[in-house]
Design a protein around this ligand. Structure first.
Ligand code: MTE
Ligand code: MO
Length: 157
Protein backbone atom coordinates (compact mmCIF):
# COMPACT_ATOMS: atom_id res chain seq x y z
CA UNK A 1 0.00 0.00 0.00
CA UNK A 2 0.92 3.58 -0.58
CA UNK A 3 3.16 2.59 -3.43
CA UNK A 4 1.63 4.91 -5.99
CA UNK A 5 1.89 4.72 -9.75
CA UNK A 6 4.34 7.20 -11.31
CA UNK A 7 2.86 10.30 -13.00
CA UNK A 8 2.32 10.20 -16.76
CA UNK A 9 4.62 13.17 -17.35
CA UNK A 10 7.80 13.25 -15.28
CA UNK A 11 9.75 15.46 -17.69
CA UNK A 12 12.10 17.66 -15.58
CA UNK A 13 11.68 20.51 -18.10
CA UNK A 14 7.94 20.62 -17.35
CA UNK A 15 8.17 19.87 -13.62
CA UNK A 16 7.93 22.73 -11.14
CA UNK A 17 8.94 22.65 -7.50
CA UNK A 18 7.46 25.34 -5.26
CA UNK A 19 8.54 26.56 -1.82
CA UNK A 20 5.84 28.65 -0.17
CA UNK A 21 3.86 29.06 3.03
CA UNK A 22 5.54 30.85 5.96
CA UNK A 23 8.24 32.45 3.80
CA UNK A 24 8.93 36.01 2.66
CA UNK A 25 9.87 35.09 -0.92
CA UNK A 26 7.94 32.08 -2.26
CA UNK A 27 9.74 30.51 -5.19
CA UNK A 28 9.12 28.05 -8.01
CA UNK A 29 11.95 26.37 -9.85
CA UNK A 30 12.09 23.94 -12.72
CA UNK A 31 13.29 20.47 -11.75
CA UNK A 32 15.71 20.76 -14.67
CA UNK A 33 17.30 23.79 -12.97
CA UNK A 34 17.93 22.11 -9.61
CA UNK A 35 21.60 21.70 -8.77
CA UNK A 36 23.01 18.22 -8.18
CA UNK A 37 26.04 19.21 -6.15
CA UNK A 38 25.09 17.54 -2.87
CA UNK A 39 24.96 13.79 -2.38
CA UNK A 40 23.52 11.19 -0.03
CA UNK A 41 23.70 7.43 0.09
CA UNK A 42 20.33 5.94 0.94
CA UNK A 43 18.13 2.95 0.54
CA UNK A 44 14.43 3.33 -0.26
CA UNK A 45 13.47 -0.06 1.12
CA UNK A 46 10.10 -0.51 2.76
CA UNK A 47 9.86 -2.27 6.12
CA UNK A 48 10.83 -5.90 5.67
CA UNK A 49 12.65 -5.37 2.36
CA UNK A 50 16.40 -5.73 1.95
CA UNK A 51 18.02 -2.29 2.15
CA UNK A 52 20.29 -1.49 -0.79
CA UNK A 53 22.11 1.82 -0.57
CA UNK A 54 22.28 3.88 -3.76
CA UNK A 55 23.90 7.23 -4.56
CA UNK A 56 21.46 10.13 -4.82
CA UNK A 57 22.47 13.65 -5.89
CA UNK A 58 20.60 16.91 -5.67
CA UNK A 59 20.25 19.99 -3.54
CA UNK A 60 19.85 20.20 0.23
CA UNK A 61 16.35 21.26 1.24
CA UNK A 62 17.89 23.86 3.56
CA UNK A 63 19.65 25.54 0.64
CA UNK A 64 16.40 25.89 -1.29
CA UNK A 65 14.27 26.84 1.71
CA UNK A 66 16.72 29.57 2.74
CA UNK A 67 16.34 31.16 -0.72
CA UNK A 68 12.65 31.58 0.12
CA UNK A 69 13.50 33.42 3.38
CA UNK A 70 11.45 31.47 5.96
CA UNK A 71 9.69 33.45 8.67
CA UNK A 72 11.42 33.48 12.08
CA UNK A 73 8.58 31.32 13.46
CA UNK A 74 8.80 28.69 10.70
CA UNK A 75 9.44 25.32 12.38
CA UNK A 76 7.65 22.69 10.28
CA UNK A 77 6.92 21.82 6.67
CA UNK A 78 4.67 19.63 4.60
CA UNK A 79 6.28 18.03 1.56
CA UNK A 80 3.71 17.46 -1.18
CA UNK A 81 3.81 15.06 -4.10
CA UNK A 82 2.09 15.14 -7.47
CA UNK A 83 0.31 12.14 -6.01
CA UNK A 84 -2.55 14.16 -4.43
CA UNK A 85 -3.13 11.66 -1.62
CA UNK A 86 0.45 11.93 -0.47
CA UNK A 87 2.17 14.45 1.74
CA UNK A 88 4.60 14.11 4.60
CA UNK A 89 5.20 16.44 7.52
CA UNK A 90 8.63 17.23 8.99
CA UNK A 91 10.24 19.41 11.60
CA UNK A 92 11.96 22.08 9.52
CA UNK A 93 15.37 21.51 11.15
CA UNK A 94 15.29 17.85 10.18
CA UNK A 95 14.03 18.60 6.68
CA UNK A 96 16.90 21.07 6.13
CA UNK A 97 19.40 18.21 6.08
CA UNK A 98 17.33 16.19 3.60
CA UNK A 99 18.15 16.02 -0.10
CA UNK A 100 15.92 16.95 -3.00
CA UNK A 101 17.43 14.44 -5.37
CA UNK A 102 17.43 14.76 -9.14
CA UNK A 103 19.96 12.02 -9.94
CA UNK A 104 20.29 8.36 -8.94
CA UNK A 105 23.64 6.67 -9.49
CA UNK A 106 24.59 9.49 -11.87
CA UNK A 107 21.47 9.32 -14.06
CA UNK A 108 18.14 11.18 -13.99
CA UNK A 109 15.86 9.43 -11.48
CA UNK A 110 13.48 7.04 -13.27
CA UNK A 111 9.81 7.98 -12.75
CA UNK A 112 9.08 4.74 -10.89
CA UNK A 113 11.81 5.67 -8.38
CA UNK A 114 10.32 9.12 -7.78
CA UNK A 115 11.89 11.22 -10.55
CA UNK A 116 12.26 13.93 -11.51
CA UNK A 117 12.50 15.09 -7.85
CA UNK A 118 12.57 12.83 -4.82
CA UNK A 119 13.12 13.54 -1.14
CA UNK A 120 15.81 11.54 0.68
CA UNK A 121 15.94 12.03 4.42
CA UNK A 122 18.69 10.80 6.77
CA UNK A 123 17.43 8.10 9.14
CA UNK A 124 14.02 8.14 7.47
CA UNK A 125 11.02 5.92 7.76
CA UNK A 126 10.21 4.49 4.33
CA UNK A 127 7.18 6.71 3.64
CA UNK A 128 9.19 9.86 4.33
CA UNK A 129 11.16 9.41 1.10
CA UNK A 130 8.54 11.30 -0.89
CA UNK A 131 8.49 10.60 -4.63
CA UNK A 132 7.58 13.23 -7.28
CA UNK A 133 7.95 16.23 -4.99
CA UNK A 134 6.02 19.30 -6.16
CA UNK A 135 5.80 21.61 -3.17
CA UNK A 136 7.32 22.37 0.21
CA UNK A 137 4.80 24.23 2.33
CA UNK A 138 6.67 25.90 5.20
CA UNK A 139 4.59 26.07 8.40
CA UNK A 140 4.79 27.65 11.81
CA UNK A 141 2.60 24.98 13.46
CA UNK A 142 3.02 21.22 13.07
CA UNK A 143 0.81 19.75 10.33
CA UNK A 144 -2.13 17.67 11.53
CA UNK A 145 -1.82 13.90 11.27
CA UNK A 146 -4.56 13.99 8.62
CA UNK A 147 -2.30 16.10 6.40
CA UNK A 148 0.50 13.57 6.31
CA UNK A 149 0.97 10.25 4.57
CA UNK A 150 1.85 8.51 7.81
CA UNK A 151 -1.69 7.53 8.78
CA UNK A 152 -2.38 6.26 5.28
CA UNK A 153 0.58 3.89 5.36
CA UNK A 154 -0.22 0.60 7.09
CA UNK A 155 2.03 -0.78 9.81
CA UNK A 156 3.94 -2.92 7.29
CA UNK A 157 4.61 0.22 5.27
N1 MTE B 1 4.56 10.15 -3.60
C1 MTE B 1 4.76 8.99 -2.98
N2 MTE B 1 5.97 8.77 -2.39
C2 MTE B 1 6.20 7.59 -1.77
C3 MTE B 1 5.18 6.59 -1.68
C4 MTE B 1 3.93 6.87 -2.32
O1 MTE B 1 3.00 6.06 -2.33
N3 MTE B 1 3.76 8.07 -2.96
N4 MTE B 1 5.44 5.44 -0.98
C5 MTE B 1 6.51 5.48 0.06
C6 MTE B 1 6.83 4.17 0.59
S1 MTE B 1 5.78 3.52 1.76
C7 MTE B 1 7.98 3.49 0.22
S2 MTE B 1 8.43 2.03 0.95
C8 MTE B 1 8.91 4.07 -0.81
C9 MTE B 1 9.22 3.04 -1.91
O2 MTE B 1 10.25 3.58 -2.73
P1 MTE B 1 10.91 2.71 -3.90
O3 MTE B 1 9.82 2.28 -4.82
O4 MTE B 1 11.89 3.63 -4.58
O5 MTE B 1 11.62 1.57 -3.25
O6 MTE B 1 8.40 5.25 -1.41
C10 MTE B 1 7.77 6.14 -0.51
N5 MTE B 1 7.44 7.38 -1.19
MO1 MO C 1 6.96 1.75 2.73
Amino acid sequence: MSHSEPPADADPDRWTLTVDGAVADPLSVSAAALAADDAMRSSTACAGETATERAWQGVRVGTLVDRAAPDAAAAHALVHSVDPEYACGFALDRLRSALLAVRLDGEPIPAERGGPVRLLVPDADCWERVKWVTRIDVLTDPPGEADTARDRVPADG
